[in-house]
Design a protein around this ligand. Sequence first.
Ligand code: 6GU
Length: 229
Amino acid sequence: MRIDVVSIFPTIFDALEVSLLGKARQSGLLDVRVHDLRDYTHDRHRTVDDTPYGGGAGMVMKPGPWGEALDDVARDAEAAPVIVFPSPAGERFTQKIARELSTEQHLVFGCGRYEGIDERVFDYAADLGRVRLLSLGDYVLNGGEVAVMAMVEAIGRLIPGVVGNPESLVEESHEDGLLEYPSFTKPASWRGREVPPVLLSGNHGAVATWRREQQLERTRERRPDLLAD
Ligand code: 6GU
């Protein structure tokens, strides 16, 4: 999969070099290219923002640099990409969406800062690919960069070969709509706290039943909204 990221803070994405996703990049499973939005400006100050029409607080990202950046990264590929703009005003990013996006050939992420991006950029992007505005949750970040880091990690680990043991993807929180069951390892007794005896019983059926009950109980307690869905 190819991933292009456009941002005014490209070095934030240096962190993608490490761990699982770093290995996937080295092995060629993931081709991540990070671009500095300011490289698509033409003035001496490399200006990317301006005051909002109609007044109001804060600055808005100018359409010009975004148009040139999208022309550069979204046109230069075989197939039309999915173009994601992280936004607290977007649709909620879920495991289901991560799974959908993990099957794409090419993703483009446009990271906004300030009060947002000139609305015409989203309309223009729709000429180049399938546009999605995605939010991590109901809180506000200063910009899209941290959200895109989270999305790239959630999507990247679902690409076949990125996670060594594909079975570890199956029994995770949100894969079956429930929270994951609790895990334990040796020693069986630690600081007066015991591992649940069923896990030491060798009875695979009883273990499976217990884990399912734990999933339901935790979900009911911590995330009743998931059971409603
Ligand atoms: Cl995707 N962007 C920003 N700026 N804030 C957020 C978010 C995204 N998701 C939650 N808060």
